[in-house]
Each structure stands twice: as structure tokens, then as C-alpha cells.
Design a protein around this ligand. Sequence first.
Ligand code: FAD
Length: 446
Amino acid sequence: MYDPLIQNQLANNQPYPDSYWASVSGKAPQNKGRLQQDLDTDVVVIGAGYTGMSCALHLQREYNIKPVIIEANETAWGCSGRNAGFILKSTGRKSWTKMQQQWGDPVMRMVYQEACEGVERVHAFINEGIDCDLQQPGYIRVAHKANKMQELEAQAKLLSSMFGYDVDVLSRAQIHQHYMADENAHGAIRFEDGVGLNPLKLAFGYQRLLNDAEVDIYTHTPAIDVQKHGARYQVHTPQGIITATKVVIAGNGYMPKGFHPAVANKTLPVLSQIIVTEPLSDAQLAACNFVTSNVIMDTRALKYYYRKLPDNRILFGGRGAITGKGADDPYFAERLLQELKRSFPGLADIRYQYRWSGWICMTLDDIPHIAQAESEPGLFYAMGYCGNGLSFSVQAGKRLADKVAGQSVPNIPLYQSQLPAFPLPMFRRVGQWAYFHYGKFADRFM
Ligand SMILES: Cc1cc2nc3c(=O)[nH]c(=O)nc-3n(C[C@H](O)[C@H](O)[C@H](O)COP(=O)(O)OP(=O)(O)OC[C@H]3O[C@@H](n4cnc5c(N)ncnc54)[C@H](O)[C@@H]3O)c2cc1C
């Protein structure tokens, strides 16, 4: 598999991965195909995931600026078409408690407000007629050990006192009786408003809105290089040069190595792996009392996440290989399957029918950065959602559009600071490997 930490070019003829989403979402909407001539435009957006498409939609709708989008492969070929489809009110990996300690209450509240707006924005787009198989709302955060319940209860108190955001605290017996009989669940908190959907259908919906707005998307068109020429930029693609006044980098974890100094060595792409089982029979559903289609995640440092899909399959995800070379090793899918069976002994005979993985985009400070690049007034980027970007990337796209249009945005670190560079970037994978080992230890013994 393509490895953004090693390769400095992203191949441009790749189909969607062999995922469950690709198999149930139908054909991608029409696009312009490969760019085969030079173009001149105000704004070019690199990457047709949620970030790039949201930025383009907001530029067109709010500022009457019609950008051109280029995508190396297919629309939403990166994370946006591969994720687990959990809409959560969150951004990045930094906990609300840490934000409160580091930035103080007012800033933390503003970040929370932005996360809420992200969720509202996604629902508003869906309400324009996007059919993306929204499920019954609810997000269950499961304590994988009894002692993790204290942390969850503290989180519930903080959410209630800070934001008036009430969550239910559930005992193991309540989870087993009303949601699912997960043997690894020692209690949980449940948020009313998380929800699961089909992420690729959502992306196709965004693309249709762009088509309606006559915003062009060129697929199979990788940006190979960005060069500055006087006050303008030239974005080189294999068969055409795009000259633009402003360039938006929206490639997230898929941005090739060394693509541009504004983002090079400032992220760590990490593989997340997903399996989807065959549909559960009535007997299997009954054996694990899997009545909920809420989205579920546990408290491990190396988290597992899962949900029941509309056709009674289980989607189960967790960490994947460390390198692109290891990504296709079935070991990682098998590991998830074994963990699923440990959680639900009633599924001892279940098999998976789909497995795939994708690069989530980690940052040194655990938050995404939506920025105008330093000393480059015409270059913008948004990236680093740390695996938490389904809804926040849409908010990031909106804020990116505000910045491109020269408007002010809320004064929070996510929007007012550049991506920090990793010290000793060549050792990022070693650091990841060490963290995985720490995580394994912590999840077992702490
Ligand atoms: C397995 C997995 C599960 C996840 N589950 C969830 C979840 O349940 N909930 C949640 O909130 N988040 C989840 N995420 C994260 C979420 O999917 C991402 O944060 C979000 O999709 C990021 O969108 P994006 O548009 O910024 O990036 P992407 O969707 O990755 O899009 C970037 C695009 O840029 C293109 N590109 C890159 N370089 C170039 C170039 N040089 N030229 C042209 N095009 C280029 C790529 O081909 C790609 O299509 C998950 C991620 C993974 C991998």
C-alpha cells in the first residue's frame, strides 16, 4: 500500500479499496476525469476528501468563489471513503480536560462550539437530500476495565458542568440488557447524539452538491509540485499546469512525503484497520443481544471501535500495520476478528467479508491545524484530525474557506497556529512503535 512517509508521489490510477462502503454505495457521481490541459483559476484545492469538498462548497456558497478541485485518485479515495462512519462531537485527540488545563475555559468552550458546528453542518448538508444510511443516534464509550469507569464518570461530569451536555452513565448489566452483551464492557457512558452513517455515500452527496454548484473536480490528477511564480502559484499535474492565486492543501494523511515545506514533516500518518463481518443470523444476534446500532468505542489507549450496520453486519476497527508495506497482511484483520470474538463469544464462528485500512493523520500536539502557511499569503491547509475528522473536517473546510476569502475566524489554537514540526522526523515510526508497545502495556495493566 502507498506509504506517505516513504513515497514522494501518490499513484493516480487507483480504484477505491475493496471496502464494504465501496460495495454498497453505487457509482461515484460524474466528475471531469483527468485534467488534460492547462488551467487558470482563482483557487485550486488539492484533495477531494471531506475537507477539500467542504472548503470548495463554502467558497462557492458563501463567497461566490468557484475553485477547481484536483484529486489524485477518485473522490473520497482517502480517509473520507474508508472511515468507520462515526459522527462524534469532537476534534483531534486532545481531551477536553487537557484543553481546559492548557488553554483555559473560554478557549475550550470555543473549540467545543466549533465541534458542535461541525456536526450541525454535516446534518445540514444531509438534509439537503443526501441519502447516507443514517442510523439510530447514540454513541457508547465503553470502559474496557472496571477502573476506567472513574475516568468516564469524570468526563460525564465535566461535559455536563462545562457544556450542559448530559450523558448517561451505564452499568455493565444495563449495557448487556439494552445495547449489546460485550464481555469486555465494564460500564459505559452514552451520548445521545453520536451517530453512524455510510461515509462514502456522504462524500458522494457532497460531490453532487458541488456538481449542482458547477464546481469542477478533476480526478486521477495528482498535484506533483507547487511552485510560486510572482504573486501566483503553478500547480503541476501530469498533463496540465494549473495557475492559481490561492492554493489549498487538503490531502491530510495522504499527502506525499516532502510535498511542500508548509506541511512536510509535520504529520504522522498512522494506519487504522477495519473489518466487516458477514451478516449476523438471528441466532447470532440473539446470542450477543446485539440490539443497538449506536456507534461504540472503548477506553483503550489503542482503541477498538465497532457498530452494527443496517444489514446486521458488524464493522470492527482498531490499529493497523505500522508501514504501508505491512498494510495488506491479513494478520491485522485476523487480530481484530479475534478481539471481536473475545467481546462476543456468541460469534465464535463469524468470519469477516471485507478488510481494508486507511491513513489517519496525527499531529505532534494532537489537534488539527487550519492555517494560512507562514510567509505564503496564497497557501492554505487544513489537516491533522487524528482519526476524528468526519464532521470536524467539514467545519475545517468552512474555516479554510473563510481564510481563503480573507475573513476572520475564531481565535482558537486550531485556527491560529501552524502545524508544529516533529523533532527528528525520521524517527516518527520508531516513536509510533514505542507508543504501540506502551499502549499494549497500559491497556493490559493500567
Ligand atoms: C479506518 C479509518 C476510520 C476512521 N473512522 C472515523 C470515524 O468513524 N469518525 C471520524 O470522525 N473520523 C474517522 N476517521 C478519520 C476521517 O475519515 C478523516 O479525518 C477525514 O476523512 C479527513 O478528510 P480529509 O478530506 O481531510 O482527508 P482524506 O479523506 O484522506 O482526503 C485527502 C485526499 O487528498 C488526496 N491527495 C493527497 N495528496 C494529493 C495530491 N498530491 N494531489 C491530489 N490529491 C491528493 C488523496 O487521494 C485523498 O483522497 C477514520 C479514518 C480511517 C482511516
